[in-house]
Design a binder for this molecule. Sequence first.
Ligand code: NAP
Length: 250
Amino acid sequence: MSKKLSNKVAVVTGASKGIGASIAKHLAAEGASVVVNYSSSKEGADRVVAEITKDGGKAVAVQADVAKGAEIDQLFAATTKAFGKLDILVNNAGIYDFKPLEAITEDSFHKQFNLNVLGLILTSQAAAKHFGANGGNIINISSLVSTIAPANSAVYSATKAAVDAVTKSLAKELGPRKIRVNSINPGLVITEGVHAAGFAGSDFEKEFVKKAPLGRVGKPSDIAPAAVFLASDDSSWITGETLIISGGPQ
Ligand code: NAP
């Protein structure tokens, strides 16, 4: 059987670990050539590339801080150099800094909005220039918090609510160019970032599991197959949607 993403080229931002790494591996397993973007974890990105190539896939690691326009341009220049074109962009790179109202600072606000919203828009803008005549595919990694907005997450939840609005607006704008734009909104998924933020084993995690109909937290591999679906022709009449993957409604 032919693979779903044969001859496609994908850029996955923030793919050196966590959800992005799993998405990169799943896209590559379906035949896509993948650019594994990272910001600081060269070792993690090289490991993802090595796993993909060991399994017969194609991938390169490319460093770029996707909160910065100039580095985003370099990311797509490196993509063209490695694989000659672009078909799929997964805007996965994102940071979460949960804080109660009194602890929110201008710096934490700008860091989260600069990457999660501005960076996602600038990366989409650059990708839209590189997609060919057959269109393209943008998949934004949003979050369940864009709708449930837990306590202590005002800024982070606001960034993801903004991502959902961007998804719908760009779907309308880019549909005529055959560019589809969808988002995946995960619930709590255990990743390196979630460990670093102290959520693993926390009351926040226990509360999530208690409310989740399927009674467990997620793994990156619970999310990645949906990115393959949204990147492939199986979803060719789907655009502007937000797909919640969270073990059921909370
Ligand atoms: P993670 O484990 O912290 O991994 C984050 C990835 O993003 C890393 O590869 C990191 O690369 C990269 N990154 C960070 N800043 C970057 C920048 N400025 N430019 C380029 N890459 C950058 O995160 P995760 O938990 O997998 O989350 C991934 C996405 O899913 C985020 O958008 C997050 O908001 C969303 N999400 C996560 C959960 C969850 O429960 N985990 C739930 C809902 C939504 P370096 O290591 O090189 O810095």
